[in-house]
Design a protein around this ligand. Structure first.
Ligand SMILES: [Zn+2]
Length: 276
């Protein structure tokens, strides 16, 4: 019994040690990040996923009406200019789905919004808050970090599986380990990613010339929409109330940045009727 126990301990440690080799300090946040994949590989993965989710042959209906895509393009490009990363090939696509109030970012600067988020954003300033958040996920390499964490978690799981092959309670132990990895390693990072993207995204939107005070309304409308939520502990997104509290703490700095910026024109977004 000694050997499997040792193996059980040694292999995850080896995996974690290998992970340390990929640790880097982020230049924006100063936080140490586990990044096991090259930028080129992440850009490749981002492009492939973007094509799969929004390209020809994908189930997504891409909006081409200029009244809807012009604000997305213009706010996106203004935020991208403020981000000052010409090495990113930024792209902004709008998916026609009034029931989905969401937006996402892929590595390399591939962004998508759903029309269902327009009523929550209301105007260009509101759009800039979520755009800043999404652009920050890409800039801060959250996709790479999340994949790196999952890889280390998977290595540990495979090691444990091998070590426990003959053990009687293998299934239960592996189940507990899986839950442990989710709650203990992956989810807290994910909430940290959300919080980081919220804070840095707010400053970025302000630097690009959009009013950061729009953030409170955006997250209040988001909170009203989300209704019954799972408890924050097991959720991958921060509790909207906590998000609003955090925003209030970051707003003074964001307002200072906004005061120095070249203002962008604000205008309401075209109306989207949300299905009941
Ligand atoms: Zn996010």
């Amino acid at each position: 019994m000694k050997c499997p126990t040792l193996l059980f301990l040694a292999l995850p440690l080896a995996a974690a040690f290998a992970g340390l080799l990929g640790c880097q300090s982020n230049e924006v946040t100063g936080r140490e990040q586990l990044l096991l994949f090259s930028d080129a590989r992440m850009v490749e993965l981002g492009q492939a996923a973007y094509a799969e989710m929004t390209g020809p042959g994908s189930p997504a209906r891409i909006v081409t009406d200029p009244a809807f895509i012009r604000p997305l393009e213009e706010v996106g490009q203004a935020i991208a200019r403020a981000a000052n990363r010409p090495d990113f090939a930024w792209e902004f696509r709008l998916i026609d789905d009034p029931a989905t109030a969401n937006a996402w970012a892929l590595p390399g600067g591939k962004i998508a919004f759903y029309t269902g988020i327009y009523p929550i954003l209301q105007d260009r300033n509101g759009m800039a808050i979520v755009m800043g958040h999404e652009v920050m996920h890409a800039l801060l390499q959250h996709g790479n970090e999340r994949m790196s964490q999952a890889t280390v978690g998977e290595l540990a799981r495979v090691a444990a599986d091998a070590a426990l092959r003959d053990a009687r309670y293998r299934g239960e132990i592996l189940g507990a380990l899986g839950l442990g990895a989710q709650v203990g390693v992956l989810l807290p990072y994910s909430r940290r990613h959300e919080s980081e993207a919220d804070e840095q995204g707010l400053y970025l939107a302000a630097r690009a010339g959009f009013d950061p005070d729009a953030a409170i309304g955006v997250w209040e409308r988001m909170a009203a929409l989300s209704g019954e939520r799972p408890p924050e502990f097991l959720s991958t997104h921060p509790d909207p109330r906590r998000r609003i509290e955090d925003m209030r703490r970051w707003l003074p700095r964001a307002r200072e940045i906004y005061a120095q910026s070249v203002r962008q024109p604000n205008a309401p977004l075209p109306a989207v009727a949300r299905p009941r």
